[in-house]
Design a protein around this ligand. Structure first.
Ligand code: FAD
Length: 466
């Protein structure tokens, strides 16, 4: 008989994991708190669209879903940085379109994954919220939308129920997981730039010939402003989802001091004058959308022997500034499904091995995501950062086996996050030494710099096997 697995949460990671496990012969039941989005409409609650990068794409390729997803995605070739004086410029991610990221709709992606999992034989139970787990009896209690509860046997249960995981709370109550939640202290709010047809003609024209869009569609737009920023990601139908990231409390500007739409509008007029006119429904968006919170979750333990395991955000929620939370969760599914397929009856060993492999990597991407907030909101406009970036690009061109920007390692390769973090740190030290405070990369003796690089750092791993 097929080994049975109970999954809590049919979001992005839960749905993909379910599909992978069913494809490997497991009998999978998924209990999802929300109603079926394919019937009731998607009520995601946060980030309308997300950046999909190579790690997530690779997981989707292994699931046979990459082409379907990419058909519904908008390519982003680089960061379009908008300065306060209204100028903008594209910082490309790679030399060509082999190194791009993709803007995908959370709702569309989730529904595609649910369809795929169902086609693989997964049983979904929507409107069923995990309320309690008794790990001694190996039973779970679920509550439906009418408040009716029922109990079920669940000898092996996996929690993909997100940052506020109910399974994690139940595991923690059974035996502490060493949970630490570090709040960033900054929140976010989403606003919308509608398709260009909804804007007056004089505002359109920055879309590089893509008439449907009010801005260049093939870019991740950033308005860095030091301690805070806005970003915008394109949607297939011509709109953009704008996210304002700002301190939650404290002196102006913070979400506290902005209060409602009137003060927020004055703040945008001052700080984002080119962006504000593109958001015609500013007052409704601002007052109607909640301020989301941002935290990093660390756990000492992700599993309860072979009885329960946490994956995705339930195990390692991170701040969104590297666009890697979902990508990391998708990588989890590949590792876990293959470990479980190899030893379906040894869940205790498999879960321990899963944590051993994945935790150093989720710790590393958590740290890099935090660092990237500073880079995005501040450094992308900083001359020293730009000089380091330029020198890094020269080294990558002249010694490609020895230098690769950390962002590229994270976004466009499968090198473990932990490797990218360590290597990135070592490369950063070297760049600082080579530049010696200068903001002119061209002034550095490139031959000597390449020699120093080769003498200091071992070659990069062979990416064909990475
Ligand atoms: P979730 O997506 O949270 O799904 C959890 C599921 O479990 C939900 O369907 C929920 O309804 C269900 N659930 C919850 N409680 C229960 C319960 N008690 N019983 C049953 N079901 C339950 N990542 C990227 O890779 N790229 C990006 O560009 C990106 N941008 C982001 C922007 C923002 C503003 C935020 C907040 C996050 C962003 N992320 C991004 C991170 C990404 O959203 C998460 O990493 C990803 O959604 C994690 O997927 P998950 O399935 O683990 O959790």
């Amino acid at each position: 008989m097929a080994k049975h697995i109970t999954l809590i949460g049919g979001g992005l990671v839960g749905a993909l994991l379910a599909q992978q496990l069913a494809g490997r012969g497991f009998a999978v039941d998924v209990f999802e708190k929300r109603p079926d989005p394919r019937i009731a409409g998607f009520t995601g609650g946060r980030s309308i669209n997300l950046a999909l990068a190579e790690r997530g794409l690779q997981a989707l390729r292994e699931a046979g879903l990459a082409d379907d997803v990419l058909q519904r995605a908008v390519m982003m070739r680089g960061r379009m940085v908008h300065t306060r004086d209204g100028r903008s410029g594209l910082q490309r991610y790679g030399v060509d379109d082999s190194e791009v990221i993709w803007s995908v709709s959370r709702g569309a992606l989730n529904m595609l994954l649910l369809d795929a999992a169902e086609a693989a034989g997964v049983n979904f139970h929507f409107g069923q919220s995990l309320a309690h787990a008794d790990f001694d009896q190996r039973r779970i209690r679920l509550v439906d939308e009418q408040g009716v509860s029922r109990e079920l046997d669940a000898p092996v249960v996996i929690g993909a129920d997100g940052a506020g995981s109910a399974l994690r709370a139940a595991m923690n109550a059974h035996s502490p997981l060493g949970e630490r939640v570090e709040s960033l202290g900054h929140g976010y709010k989403e606003l919308e730039i509608p398709p260009a047809g909804g804007l007056s003609a004089d505002l359109v024209g920055r879309s590089g010939g893509h008439d449907q869009f009010a801005l260049e569609p093939h870019a991740l737009h950033i308005w860095p402003r030091g301690g805070y920023m806005c970003i915008a990601l394109p949607n297939t139908e011509g709109s953009f989802t704008v996210t304002l990231f700002l301190p939650a409390h404290g002196p102006h500007p913070s979400f506290d001091t902005l209060g409602g739409a009137n003060t927020a509008r004055a703040f945008f007029e001052e700080d984002f004058p080119d962006l504000l006119p593109l958001i015609p429904d500013f007052a409704n968006d601002y007052d109607g959308h909640p301020v989301g919170t941002l935290s990093t979750l660390y756990l000492d333990r992700w599993h309860l022997d072979g009885r329960a395991l946490l994956v995705g955000d339930a195990a390692h929620a991170i701040v969104p500034f590297h666009g890697q939370g979902m990508n990391c969760g998708f990588e989890d599914t590949v590792v876990l499904a293959s470990l479980l397929a190899e030893a379906p009856d040894d869940t205790a060993d498999v879960f321990a091995e899963f944590q051993r492999i994945r935790q150093p990597n989720s710790d590393a991407i958590a740290a890099m995501a935090l660092e990237n907030y500073v880079e995005m909101r501040d450094s992308v406009a900083d001359p020293h950062y730009l000089a380091k970036r330029a020198l890094g690009a020269l080294l990558a061109e002249h010694a490609p086996g020895h230098f690769m920007a950390r962002y590229r390692m994270v976004t466009f390769t499968h090198l473990p996050y932990a490797y990218a973090y360590e290597r990135g740190r070592a490369q950063d030290v070297l760049l600082d030494q080579l530049l010696r405070g200068s903001t002119d990369a061209a002034a550095v003796d490139l031959g000597a710099a390449v020699d120093a690089l080769r003498a200091t750092l071992p070659p990069l791993p062979d990416l064909r096997h990475g």
